[in-house]
Design a protein around this ligand. Structure first.
Ligand SMILES: [Zn+2]
Length: 69
């Protein structure tokens, strides 16, 4: 059963897990990655490569995340 959604937090430079229906514990700038920890990490690498911190992101990614979080 899907009960957790994952996001990469570029302020904490780590993966955050949020239970569906609950509020995010962190208000940092995050990119939604979907369900499943392994899938989320794979998606993070596919989309953002090795970037872990906000300052490592290219401008177009920064703008997109800022607009969706
Ligand atoms: Zn965070």
């Amino acid at each position: 059963m899907i009960s957790t959604v994952y996001s990469w937090c570029f302020d904490c430079a780590t993966l955050h897990a949020t239970r569906i229906g609950e509020k995010r514990a962190c208000t940092g700038r995050q990119a939604n990655l979907g369900y499943g920890r392994d899938e989320a990490l794979a998606a993070k690498h596919r989309i953002f490569g090795n970037a872990e911190h906000w300052h490592e992101l290219p401008n177009h990614h920064q703008r997109h995340i800022a607009a969706t979080t």
